[in-house]
Design a protein around this ligand. Structure first.
Ligand code: SF4
Length: 1007
C-alpha cells in the first residue's frame, strides 16, 4: 500500500522510515532524498541504502541492460542549441530571435528553457499542440514557432547522437517499467524531505508504484494554505496516484517562543510576550555579521555546547566569501572547506591569456598581461617586473616588436619556446588536437618539479604548491570536458578557431573552485537554506536575513514571461512562475526556523542599500513589541573571541599591563605602539609624520610652477619637486595630455612669431589657417621623431582633432583681435626667464631678507606699446576664479612681477593676465583692471578678479610659500580637493585617513 504522510512544519518521517527499512535486506529498501546533505543524515542514522532521485532511473536502465544511451553534458547541450540556432539563421528561418542568435545569454536561456520543458515531461507534440491552441498571431506566433522548432531539432539531434538529457533518462526508465519483464530491484522506496517533484519524477513514481511499495513524507497542512503552497502540487499528485493519506499532528518539543512560531506562522495567531529562544542580530557589514555569529557560537562552545548541535544556514553561500577563514581565525571547526577561485590562479590565468593572445589577433595589451605573471618567470626564466618597467620608456607598436624586445632582454631564457608554442596555435584545429597539443606543452613545462624547488626554497607555502598542482589537474579536466562536449554535440571532427576553445574555457573556468583543505566533518555545519529541511538542531543561526538576499527573488527564464507561462500552464505546459518561486522561498525560511529547538539567531546586516528582510519584520509581529528588538555585536577585552579581535582591542588601550604588552608585542611586532598612534599623529601638529621635516633648507631658486605646486599641496611639492619621483606611467598608444599641451603651445608660438605686433583680426582666415596647419605639421613631425607622439591607429584621428582645435582657436583669436578697443598684439612668445638658456635673468623676490630667484616661461605677452596683457594657455581646465582670488594659483602673479621687473614695465601698464582655454578656445579668468571691460569686450563674459586685490593676496602667498619651503614644511594639505591626477595618490594617506576626507573643493586637471 502506497502511503503519503502529511507532516506538520519542521517534522520528518526520516527516523520512522529508517526503522521500517530495517526489515528488508540491504538494498531492497531504498531511501530517496533530495540532496547530499540529507543523504549523510540518513547514512548516519542507519544501514539503509540512500540515494538521490536520479539514481532510480539510472539503476533501472542498468539492471535491465538498457543503458545504451549516454547522458549529454550541459556544455554539449549549449553547443547543440547554438548549432541549431546558427543553421536556422543561415536558412533564414529565424526572425523573432534573429538579433539575439549569437548572444551567449540567449543560448543559455534557451538551453535552460528547453531543460524546463524536458523536466516537465513536455514532448514536442504536446508543446506544439499547446501552441496551436494558444492561437497567438503575428510576431508572437513567430516567436512560439521558433521556440518549437529549436526544441524539435534539439530532440532529433539527441536521438541521432544516441544521447539523452534528463528527460530522456526518465522516459527510458518509465518505458522500461511498462514492459512486462522489467526487473525492479527494490521492494520498498521511501521519499523524505522533498518539497516538490517535477512531472517526469511523478510519472516515474507512478510507474514504480506498480512494482514496489512507496512511502512519502511531505510537509503539508491543509489549514495553512499559504505555507503549504510550496508542496501543494506534490500533495495533489500523490493523491491523484491513489496514495493513502495519513495526516500527522505531533510536533517535536521546542522551547516556547520557537514553538509559537512553528505552530502559528502564516495563520491567525495570538501575540505572545517573549520571543524566548529567538535572537535578532543586526550587523553593519557582512564581515561584522559573520564575526558576530562566530562570536556567539564561540560563547556557546565555551559553555559546553557541542559542534554537532549547532548549524549555520545561509540563503546563498556566494554572499559569505571568506567565512571559512573567519572560522579559522575564531578557532572554530567547520564543515566548510577552505577554497580559492580557480580562474585567479596564475597558471589558469596564464593559459587563458595564451589563448587570448591568439584569439584577439595578437593585441599588445593581452601580450603584456600574459607576461605579467610570476608563473612565466618561474617556468621560462624571465623577470616580468623588468619587462613591466620598460613600459615606461618604450611603446610597443606590435606584438612582434614586443616579443623581440623580451627575447633580447632575456637571451638565456626559454621564452622563445613559449612564443613558438603560441605561434603553433594560430591555425584552426580539432578540439582533440588542440587539447593534446596544449596538455603536452603543460607537461613539458615540468610544473611540479619547478614549483617543488620553489617550495623547498621556502618561497611559496604548501597551500600555494597544492594550488598549483590542483590547478594543473583542473586545467586537464576542463580540456577533457571540452573534447567531450564537442564529441557529444557531434562536432568532434570539425576544425575550429581558438576563439571557440577560449569561450568554452572562460565559461568553465569561472565555475571552478579549488579546495585547499576539506572541511572538518565534525565541525559546525554551514549549509544553504534550500538544501536542508526536516533536521532538528538545538541551535540554529539563520544568516543573511537581509532585503534582496532572503527572500531571494528568482525571476523565471525570460524566453517566456510570467504572463505567458501562466497561459501555457492553462494549456497543459507546466512551467514555473515567479510567484511559485516566492512561495518556495518562504517555505525555506519557515523550514529553517522550524529546525531550531532551543535557540534561533537571525542575523543580517543593514546599510544604506538594504536592511532587515521582510521575514524579520513579519516575525516580529508574532511577539510583543520590543521582544525581538535587534541586538548588536560589540567587543571588549572581556568579550572577544579571536586573537585578532583581542589584538585590535588591546592596541587601542592607552595603557597595557606587562603580560598584555608582551603578548601584543609578540603578535604585532615591537613597534606596534608607535604604529598605533601613527595615523592619528600624522595629521596632528607639525610633526615629521605629516611632512614637517626637521632639516631647514635654502630656497635659492624656484620656478613659478613649482611654487604653484607647493601652494596647491606641499606634500605633492615634496614628492614631485624635491624627491623628483615620477609616477609609474606606461607609454600608451594614446598621446599623453601633457604632450598634447606642448604641441599646441609650440604650434601657436611658431605661428604667432610670424605675426608679432600684427592685428590679424580682419586677415583672410583660409590663408592663416593654411599657415597654422603647416606649423602644426612641422611641430607634430618633430615631436613624433623624438618619440613623444605614439604612432598608432588612433594617430590620424588625434591629428584631425588637433587641426580642429587650432582652427577654432584661429577663429576665436581673429574675433578677439578684431573686437578689442585697445590694440593689444602679441609681442613676446614663450618668454622664458631665469632658465638655463633664457635671455632674461631670474626674478629675485626677497622674503625675510633672503632672496629667491624665480624662473618661468610666459606663454604670451601682448602690448599696444603702452598697455601689457599676459596670457597662459590651458589645454586642460582653467583654475577657478575663487582659487585665483584666494592666492592659490600663483603662476600669473609671478609672471606679472617678472614682466614688471625684467621687462621694466610699470605695474599700472600691466592691464591684466588671464587664461586662454584651448578646450573651448575662450579667454577666461585671471586678474584684470576693473576698468577694461569696454576695451576688451570679452571680459564681460569671464569672471575676472581685480588685479590689484589679487596681487596683494598673491604676494603674501608667495612669501608664505617660500617660508614654508625654507622651513621644510611639507604637510599633505591640499588647497582644494585632491585632484584625480595627483602623482602622489599611491603613497599619500590623506584620502584614506579618517578626519581628512571633507576638506577642500574639487578642482579639475590643469595641464
Ligand atoms: S593626494 Fe591630496 S593630499 Fe596627497 S599629495 Fe596629492 S593633493 Fe596632496
Amino acid at each position: 500500500m502506497n502511503k503519503l504522510y502529511c507532516l506538520p512544519l519542521g517534522e520528518t518521517m526520516r527516523n520512522k522510515f529508517i526503522d521500517d527499512a530495517k526489515q528488508f535486506a540491504y538494498g531492497q529498501a531504498v531511501f530517496v532524498v533530495p540532496g547530499h546533505i540529507l543523504m549523510d543524515e540518513v547514512k548516519k542514522a542507519g544501514s539503509v541504502r540512500t540515494v538521490i532521485m536520479d539514481y532510480l532511473p539510472n539503476e533501472l536502465l542498468r539492471v535491465n541492460h538498457l543503458d545504451v544511451y549516454t547522458r549529454i553534458s550541459r556544455p554539449a547541450q549549449e553547443m547543440v542549441i547554438k548549432q541549431i540556432i546558427k543553421s536556422l539563421v543561415a536558412k533564414g528561418e529565424l526572425s523573432y530571435f534573429a538579433k539575439l542568435a549569437d548572444k551567449k545569454g540567449f543560448i543559455k536561456n534557451m538551453v535552460s528553457f528547453i531543460g524546463e520543458l524536458s523536466r516537465g515531461g513536455i514532448t514536442c507534440e504536446e508543446f506544439y499542440g499547446a501552441l496551436q491552441a494558444w492561437e497567438r498571431t503575428d510576431y508572437l506566433q513567430a516567436k512560439d514557432m521558433e521556440i518549437y522548432h529549436i526544441y524539435l531539432l534539439y530532440r532529433q539531434e539527441l536521438k541521432k547522437q544516441k544521447r539523452y538529457d534528463v528527460d530522456g533518462l526518465y522516459r527510458l526508465a518509465i518505458r522500461a517499467l511498462q514492459k512486462e519483464n522489467c526487473v525492479v530491484p527494490w521492494e520498498k522506496l521511501y521519499f523524505s524531505e522533498f518539497y516538490q517533484f517535477d512531472n517526469l519524477q511523478i510519472e516515474l513514481l507512478k510507474a514504480l508504484s506498480n512494482h514496489c511499495t512507496i512511502e512519502v513524507g511531505l510537509f503539508y497542512d491543509a489549514e495553512r494554505p499559504e505555507l503549504s503552497a510550496a508542496t501543494e502540487n506534490a500533495y495533489m499528485d500523490f493523491m491523484g496516484m491513489g496514495f493513502i493519506k495519513e495526516q500527522l499532528q505531533e510536533f517535536s518539543p521546542r522551547n516556547q517562543g520557537l514553538d509559537h512560531f512553528v505552530r502559528n506562522w502564516q495563520r491567525e495567531h495570538p501575540v505572545v510576550g517573549a520571543s524566548n529562544g529567538i535572537i535578532v542580530f543586526e550587523a553593519y557589514s557582512v564581515e561584522n555579521e559573520m564575526r558576530g555569529v562566530l562570536g556567539k557560537i564561540k560563547q556557546q562552545l565555551q559553555a559546553g555546547v557541542a559542534c554537532k548541535d549547532i548549524i549555520c544556514v545561509v540563503r546563498s553561500m556566494d554572499e559569505y566569501n571568506g567565512f571559512s577563514n573567519l572560522f579559522k581565525e575564531f578557532g572554530i571547526p567547520t564543515t566548510l572547506p577552505e577554497v580559492t577561485g580557480f580562474s585567479a590562479q596564475p597558471l589558469a590565468k596564464f593559459i587563458e591569456n595564451i589563448m587570448k593572445t591568439v584569439a584577439t589577433a595578437y593585441k599588445i595589451d593581452v601580450w603584456k598581461e600574459l607576461l605579467n605573471n610570476v608563473f612565466v618567470d618561474r617556468i621560462f626564466g624571465i623577470d616580468h617586473e623588468q619587462i613591466e618597467a620598460s613600459y615606461n620608456e618604450k611603446y610597443f607598436s606590435s606584438s612582434s616588436v614586443f616579443q623581440e624586445f623580451v627575447e633580447n632582454k632575456f637571451p638565456q631564457s626559454k621564452i622563445r619556446e613559449l612564443f613558438a608554442f603560441i605561434s603553433s596555435l594560430k591555425g584552426k584545429s580539432t578540439p582533440a588536437d588542440f587539447t593534446n597539443n596544449f596538455l603536452q606543452a603543460i607537461e613539458d613545462w615540468s610544473l611540479e618539479k619547478k614549483y617543488g624547488e620553489v617550495y623547498k626554497a621556502n618561497t611559496i607555502t604548501l597551500n600555494q604548491l597544492k594550488a598549483v598542482v590542483t590547478t594543473k589537474n583542473m586545467v586537464t579536466e576542463i580540456f577533457e570536458e571540452m573534447v567531450g562536449a564537442f564529441e557529444q554535440s557531434g562536432q568532434a571532427k570539425q576544425k575550429r578557431p581558438i576563439s571557440e576553445f577560449l569561450e568554452f574555457w572562460e565559461e568553465r573556468a569561472k565555475e571552478k573552485i579549488i579546495t585547499l583543505s576539506p572541511g572538518d566533518k565534525f565541525g559546525i555545519r554551514v549549509v544553504e537554506a534550500s538544501t536542508v529541511q526536516g533536521i532538528l538542531f538545538p541551535h540554529v543561526y539563520l544568516m543573511g536575513m537581509r532585503e534582496g538576499q532572503f527572500p531571494k527573488v528568482k525571476f523565471e527564464n525570460w524566453i517566456y514571461n510570467d504572463q505567458e507561462r501562466k497561459a501555457l500552464n492553462e494549456l497543459g505546459v507546466t512551467l514555473s512562475l515567479t510567484v511559485a518561486a516566492m512561495k518556495i522561498d518562504q517555505y525555506f525560511f519557515a523550514a529553517v526556523v522550524a529546525m531550531a529547538q532551543q535557540s534561533l539567531t537571525i542575523s543580517y546586516y543593514a546599510d544604506d542599500v538594504a536592511a532587515a528582510s521582510c521575514y524579520v519584520q513579519e516575525l516580529q509581529q508574532y511577539y510583543e513589541k520590543e521582544a525581538l528588538a535587534p541586538t548588536f555585536y560589540t567587543t571588549d577585552v572581556a568579550h572577544c573571541y579571536s586573537a585578532e579581535e583581542l589584538a585590535g582591542i588591546l592596541a587601542q588601550q592607552e595603557m597595557l599591563a606587562a603580560t598584555e604588552q608582551v603578548w601584543l608585542t609578540n603578535k604585532l611586532g615591537g613597534d606596534f605602539i608607535s604604529r598605533k598612534f601613527l595615523d592619528k599623529e600624522r595629521w596632528l601638529g607639525k610633526n615629521i609624520f605629516n611632512g614637517y621635516l626637521e632639516q631647514k633648507q635654502e630656497c635659492k631658486y624656484l620656478s613659478a610652477s613649482a611654487l604653484d605646486n607647493y601652494v596647491q599641496c606641499p606634500f605633492n611639492y615634496l614628492v614631485t619637486n624635491i624627491w623628483q619621483t615620477e609616477p609609474w606611467e606606461p607609454l600608451e598608444k594614446e598621446t599623453q595630455p601633457v604632450v598634447i599641451g606642448d604641441l599646441y603651445h609650440l604650434t601657436l608660438a611658431k605661428f604667432l612669431s610670424k605675426h608679432l605686433e600684427e592685428n590679424i583680426g580682419h586677415a583672410d582666415y583660409s590663408i592663416l589657417l593654411e599657415e597654422l596647419m603647416l606649423e602644426l605639421a612641422d611641430v607634430y613631425g618633430q615631436m613624433a621623431a623624438q618619440g613623444l607622439i605614439s604612432e598608432s591607429e588612433f594617430s590620424q584621428y588625434d591629428y584631425k582633432r588637433y587641426r580642429i582645435v587650432l582652427g577654432k582657436w584661429l577663429l576665436a583669436e581673429q574675433a578677439y583681435q578684431a573686437n578689442q578697443k585697445i590694440n593689444l598684439l602679441p609681442k613676446y612668445l614663450e618668454l622664458a626667464f631665469g632658465r638655463k638658456d633664457s635671455k632674461l635673468p631670474g626674478l629675485p623676490i626677497s622674503v625675510d631678507g633672503e632672496e629667491t630667484i624665480f624662473s618661468g616661461q610666459i606663454d604670451r605677452v601682448d602690448t599696444d606699446g603702452n598697455n601689457y596683457m599676459l596670457t597662459d594657455y590651458k589645454s586642460g581646465s582653467v583654475p577657478s576664479a575663487t582659487g585665483v582670488a584666494l592666492g592659490r594659483f600663483l603662476q600669473l602673479p609671478v609672471y606679472i612681477l617678472a614682466v614688471e621687473k625684467l621687462l621694466a614695465v610699470e605695474r599700472e601698464k600691466i592691464v591684466g593676465a588671464g587664461y586662454y582655454g584651448l578646450k573651448n578656445c575662450k579667454r577666461s579668468g585671471g586678474l584684470w583692471e576693473n576698468t577694461l571691460k569696454e576695451d576688451l569686450p570679452w571680459l564681460y563674459n569671464t569672471r575676472p578678479n581685480n588685479l590689484a586685490t589679487v596681487m596683494e593676496k598673491a604676494e603674501s602667498s608667495i612669501a608664505n610659500g617660500i617660508r614654508g619651503i625654507r622651513n621644510s614644511a611639507f604637510p599633505a594639505n591640499p588647497a582644494e580637493k585632491c585632484p584625480a591626477y595627483c602623482p602622489c595618490l599611491d603613497i599619500c594617506r590623506y584620502r584614506v585617513s579618517d578626519g581628512t576626507q571633507d576638506a577642500g573643493e574639487e578642482v579639475e586637471d590643469n595641464v
